[in-house]
Design a protein around this ligand. Structure first.
Ligand code: PEP
Ligand code: MG
Length: 755
């Protein structure tokens, strides 16, 4: 059974388009289940009906011509209930509807199962036969399993109109994702794809056919040499039949086989890497379809060979050095160093297939003010190269090949936003206080030196979170104490006399160092933040020393902050190391003040122990990005569960209030530096809770200031006490946003639907 399932899925994946895929589905199911009829109905958004799209056994001439609503017929019943309907005498069922010309007169038993993707019934798979025998349990289970596996591929094909990689052009399409950073960008897609991954090679043409042929031939020669060398090296360790594999590889590289085919595709004007991918894909598909398991597995060899040639080709082809104006970077998984590789003025937008709005790359994009959409899972990467594209970072939508109407709408949004930002500029030197005079400090989160100028221009009163790991991530080895000292010193000087909060190295989770790989099953529950640095005191001590020494002669208000703390013993240990650094530095004759030390509250355990923790340190700062993920058990990086990642979740709000109360009971200082602090609606509630500092990315600073200056503390407190009695995140969000709109702040809550 598993084998049949695997084959059908593979064939469907390799299909050219949706109709071919549906045809394969009905054909293979009909024969696998030895049933007389198999049909597929797919949901059509426009008519709100399920359309008859493919069949074996019924009248194929009326494919596409009949459709049923949810409240009619047996197919409608399957969709309505979102569960299988299994009948031995379908024509007797009250929901049975006779359709002229469909040709189902003689069929009595009926089994329909829904095709469900992300809770939506995309379609219905139906099998029918003459005999009045119900389909048995195992048949039903087979169809359910197949449908569950096919739903993702069908959903993808419904959105794109194509199956990944096989079509040459991408139609104009709107792809849903998650908002990563607000704003709109209209530009050209520049795809970043992992090296030597054949499946990620984009569709590209070439004007220089001769050069591409020559590059390809050299790559083939090098691959041949490599294989011969490998074969010789292994000759005394492998059996003759295993060694024969290398001969087979060399044979495949003959002019009469793969090489010849690739060259003829290049001669049609296709880029060598694209040509290679197309030819290898075709060969792999042929092997995959073979009955014989041994032959089927040869498909893997062909792919392996293709990867080898690709690696050679990629080492020849010069890497992209120039990015056009209006570059929209698109990648499976973007990293901070990829962002940094594009010159600032050229980067218009970002699109990541993986991740969600709380992923670190999205946070960085927000700080840089680059509109970003994350988790656009259906976007076919390899068809986007240099294609026109719109990034709607407000709504989390990507539009490929936008039409005139869409372009005009988005151009007007860009204009409006620019005008709005210009209006907000007038607030930059105004106090951040409520209408009735309660003060709340608005600080910024930084990471790159480029954030600094922008933060100061926007009137930042301090740095609430300096993500020092970003500098580590841009390097190819641990930076030395002196290298760190110089960078930290620049930061302290630039913000002087404002306070600067430096967080000690926070790696792990989705923040990787190429030179210090951490491989874990559950990285967010693993070796992260303070856990890593306490296990490596040499890294921690060098960093803390660099921070303290950076302040020599500046005498800035330096604060050191510890990430991912889950117990007081971690705080005690870190404090001991920090004191050790300070003592050593003083002994070395350097005159500096002991910095304030604080702890990030990012783990539920730390919420419950906030009072014990604050007694030991000078301040607390809530890292709501992680706190939400750990409280709600929702991976901040996973687009699939992004809807469940809720800032306004009642449990989160109560925890946030508890942290303020614990800190203020000890008469100490508390802030929040997660993304939530930069959301104007949330900022009103946080102000009412009593947070002394809201630290956010610069882009949101003036928006939050406007919101705070538009409310009275008494009113904000009334809102908070009402919210703390509510039990549903959606209702809380609606209520608070409603109050912002009533206060004339509707422009802060942008949610537009693209045409
Ligand atoms: C947080 O978790 O809220 C935080 C500020 O840290 P980071 O986003 O860098 O994990
Ligand atoms: Mg964090």
């Amino acid at each position: 059974m598993l084998e049949i399932l695997r084959r059908v899925i593979q064939e469907v994946n390799a299909a050219r388009d949706l109709d071919t895929a549906l045809d394969i589905i009905v054909d293979r199911i009909q024969s696998a289940m030895a049933t007389q009829v198999c049909s597929v109905y797919l949901f059509d958004e426009e008519s709100n009906q399920y359309v008859f799209r493919a069949t074996r056994g019924l009248n194929p001439d009326i494919i596409g011509q009949i459709a049923v609503g949810k409240d009619e017929s047996l197919v409608g019943l399957v969709a309505q209930r979102a569960e299988p309907v299994n009948l031995n005498n379908a024509p007797k069922h009250p929901r049975f509807r006779y359709v002229d010309n469909l040709g189902e007169d003689e069929y009595n038993s009926f089994l329909g199962v829904p095709i469900i993707h992300h809770r939506k019934v995309l379609g219905v798979l139906v099998v029918q036969r003459e005999s009045r025998r119900r389909y048995d349990e195992s048949e039903e289970a087979f169809l359910i399993t197949l449908s569950a596996q096919l739903s993702g591929v069908i959903a993808h094909a419904k959105v794109t109109g194509v199956f990944s990689g096989s079509a040459k052009e991408l139609p104009a399409t709107r792809f849903p994702g998650k908002s990563g950073a607000p704003g709109v960008a209209i530009g050209k897609a520049i795809v970043i794809y992992p090296e030597a991954d054949l499946s990620k090679v984009p569709e590209r043409i070439t004007k220089n056919i001769d050069r591409q042929v020559q590059l390809f031939q050299t790559a083939i020669e090098e691959t041949r040499d490599e294989i011969s060398v490998m074969s010789k090296k292994l000759s005394d360790r492998l059996q003759p039949e295993e060694l024969a594999l290398f001969d087979a590889y060399l044979h495949m590289l003959d002019d009469s086989a793969i090489t010849g085919e690739v060259i003829s595709v290049i001669k049609e004007g296709i880029w060598s890497q694209t040509a290679l991918r197309r030819v290898i894909d075709a060969h792999v598909a042929t092997f995959d379809a073979m009955e014989d398991q041994y032959l089927r597995e040869r498909g893997t060899d062909v792919r392996d060979l293709g990867q080898r040639v690709l690696a050679k080709l990629q080492s020849k082809d010069t890497k992209r050095k120039s990015y056009p104006r209006g570059t929209v970077l698109v990648g499976e998984e973007l990293t901070p160093s990829i962002l940094a590789s594009v010159p600032r003025g050229r980067l218009a937008g970002l699109i990541s297939i993986k991740g969600s709005g709380s992923s670190h790359v999205a946070i960085l994009a927000k700080a840089m003010g680059v509109p970003t959409v994350m988790g656009v899972e259906d976007l076919p990467l390899n068809m986007l190269e240099e294609k026109p594209i719109i990034v709607d970072g407000f709504n989390g939508i990507v539009i490929t090949y936008p039409n005139k109407e869409q372009l005009n709408l988005y151009k007007s949004i860009i204009k409006e936003e620019a005008a709005f930002d210009a209006d907000l500029e007038s607030l930059k030197d105004e106090k951040s206080e409520t209408l009735d005079g309660s003060r709340v400090r608005l600080w910024v989160n930084t990471g790159l030196m480029t954030d600094v100028a922008k933060s100061l221009e926007h009137g930042a009163e301090g740095v609430g979170l300096y993500r020092t790991e970003i500098h580590f991530m841009m390097n190819d080895r641990f930076p030395t104490e002196e290298e760190q000292r110089l960078i930290y010193r620049k930061h302290l000087k630039a913000f002087y006399p404002r306070p600067v909060t430096m967080r000690t190295l926070d790696i792990g989770g989705d923040k990787a160092l190429s030179y210090f790989p951490i491989k874990e099953e559950n990285p967010f529950l693993g070796w992260r933040g303070i856990r890593v640095t306490l296990d490596h005191p040499e890294i921690f001590l060098a960093q803390v020393r660099a921070m303290i020494r950076a302040n020599e002669g500046i005498d800035a208000y330096l604060r050191i902050m510890l990430p991912m703390v889950s117990s007081v013993s971690e705080v005690d240990e870190a404090q001991r190391l920090i004191s050790q650094c300070y003592r050593e530095i003083v002994e070395e004759g350097v005159e500096v003040e002991m910095p304030d030390v604080g702890v990030m509250i990012e783990v539920p355990a730390a919420v419950y122990q906030a009072r014990d923790i604050i007694r030991r340190v000078d301040f607390l700062s809530v890292g709501s990005n992680d706190l939400i993920q750990y409280m709600l058990a929702v991976d901040r990086n996973n687009a699939q569960v992004a809807e469940l990642y809720q800032e306004f979740h009642p449990a989160v709000l109560h925890a946030l209030k508890q942290v303020v109360d614990a800190t203020h009971a000890e008469k100490k200082f508390v802030g929040i530096c997660g993304e939530m602090a930069g959301n104007p609606a949330a900022a009103i509630l946080l102000t009412a809770m009593g947070y002394d500092v809201l630290s956010m990315n610069t882009t949101n600073l003036l928006k939050v200031k406007w919101a705070i200056r538009s409310f009275e503390m008494t009113k904000a407190k009334r809102m908070l006490s009402r919210v703390l009695k509510m039990d549903n995140a959606y209702l809380i969000k609606n209520y608070v946003e409603g109050e912002l709109k009533k206060a004339g702040l509707g422009r802060l809550i942008r949610s537009r639907q693209a045409p």
